[in-house]
Design a protein around this ligand. Structure first.
Ligand code: NCD
Ligand code: ZN
Ligand code: ZN
Length: 433
């Protein structure tokens, strides 16, 4: 199917300009004013915003193994509903993709069942424990996006050193969940004022920073591309800033929830405020925002972590760690960072498209250009709406942002020229020409 998108707004040199966009055979065939075409479906976008598809380096699709929480189909549809056309899927699934055969099988299923592009992380170690390394060369050949033990930190320095050497040899990143388990000691939220008030065991910032310090030293020694997942503390931001200054090959991502919430948002014993790493202090949150602005933090990734109602309704002490994020990321960030003038729309798109594509060398489209694959998302920036679990495509709805009024509703997401998500508002606007 070919499409003529009329009267969209696109970013040109940082400014929004009204243009038409013609999609033919999966690619952008023309961009201009007053385009006409026959034999296409025409959509009047009424000044909705068109952007290259968003890219999320960090999601949990839960498939295989935990399909009551999410599946490849529902998780990729949730991504599409959020305007994402690529997701990087973490390997804490069962069976664990820790050898070439299991990884290939998983990738084949993702290609058949996913509606967006999916990159799959292989684990760093067999069974995702901290002992035996995987075969990095075989996993690269089988199509690994990068290597990660997300869900757990690598607890042994020697294992991490050897993993970095191996990842460096095959020229793929290590994406690290950074958490020293012996410093966590059963903590469930940040070790701070809220943990004291609610009398809950705290997770100290040193659980993140102590292991990060180790990893930055090892990354410097090996030259590997070390990508830190979900940075959450001011101290970690400062350590990465310094490491970058002395030439360590380090990048990092931050989640929307760590940018927008602090531990003070935890008002009651609600498991939807529980994630790993935890919401930190307002000082940490400000440092994350500053780190994004000055380039210390490279990109935003959601850490979409679906869990069932049963797993999340147990209160802060017993609930599972993690919140969903694919379907709310853009609208929350647009509302709280762009509409408040913290940053520009162009900067937000850099953190959600150009930057992740660049740091992981994904080779996906970073601009709307004639000839580029038609991977794109269309957002309504003008009408407010409420975040509503009933609108989610995910199997899960574990997020503290339910009920919030936001801007930036996804109207349509297109992958390789095919519509993979279409909001009701736009369904009526499509006509045959
Ligand atoms: N972030 C979370 O709180 N949970 C993630 C694991 C992870 O990202 O470490 C999950 O898989 O549920
Ligand atoms: Zn993690
Ligand atoms: Zn994760």
């Amino acid at each position: 199917m070919n499409y003529l998108l009329k009267n969209g707004q696109i970013l040109l040199s940082g400014e929004l300009r009204i243009r038409d966009l013609l999609i033919v055979a999966g690619r952008i065939a023309a961009i201009g004013k007053n385009l006409v075409a026959s034999g296409v479906k025409t959509v009047d976008l009424q000044h909705a915003f068109i952007t290259p598809g968003l890219v999320d380096l960090h999601v949990h699709l839960r498939d295989p193994g935990m399909t009551a929480e999410e599946t490849i189909a529902t998780g990729s549809l949730a991504a599409a509903h959020g305007g994402f056309t690529f997701v990087g899927a973490m390997p804490n699934v069962l069976p664990v993709p820790d050898n070439a055969e299991k990884l290939s099988q998983l990738i084949q299923r993702q290609q058949a069942e996913g509606v967006v592009h999916i990159g799959q992380y292989a684990t760093i170690t067999q069974k995702r424990t901290s002992q035996y390394l995987v075969d990095f060369a075989q996993l690269k050949q089988a199509g690994a996006l990068a290597f990660s033990n997300d869900g757990s930190g690598v607890q042994s320095a020697r294992t991490m050193l050897q993993a970095m050497q191996a990842a460096q040899t095959v020229n793929l990143p290590i994406a690290a969940h950074v958490e020293a388990e012996e410093l966590v000691q059963g903590g469930v939220i940040n070790a701070g004022v809220t943990a004291k008030t609610l009398n809950l065991p705290g997770i100290p910032e040193t659980a993140e920073t102590a292991q990060l310090a180790r990893d930055l030293v090892l990354a410097q020694a090996t030259g590997v591309h070390y990508h830190m997942c979900h940075v959450s503390t001011a101290a970690a931001v400062q350590m990465i800033r310094c490491a970058k200054q002395v030439g360590v090959n380090v990048t990092c991502e931050v989640t929307p929830h760590h940018l927008l919430l602090s531990e003070q948002a935890i008002c009651n014993d609600d498991g939807n405020f529980k994630m790993n790493p935890p919401l930190r202090t307002e000082h940490d949150r400000q440092a994350l925002l500053q780190g994004l602005l000055d380039g210390t933090i490279d990109c935003i990734a959601t850490d979409h972590a679906p869990h069932t109602i049963e797993e999340k309704q147990l209160g802060l002490k017993k609930a599972a760690f993690g919140i969903v994020g694919s379907e709310t990321a853009f609208s929350l960030l647009y509302t709280h960072l762009v509409k408040t003038n913290f940053c520009t729309l162009a900067q937000l798109i850099e953190w959600l498209n150009q930057q992740p594509i660049k740091i992981f060398s994904l080779g996906l489209p970073t601009e709307l250009a004639v000839g580029a694959p038609a991977d794109l998302a269309i957002f309504d920036l003008t009408h407010p709406f409420k975040i509503n679990a009933a609108d989610f495509c995910s199997k899960s709805a574990n997020t503290p942002f339910l009920g919030e009024k936001v801007y930036g509703k996804t109207l349509c997401t297109i992958v390789a020229g095919k519509i993979v998500y279409l909001a009701d508002e736009l369904k009526a606007a499509i006509t045959d020409e």
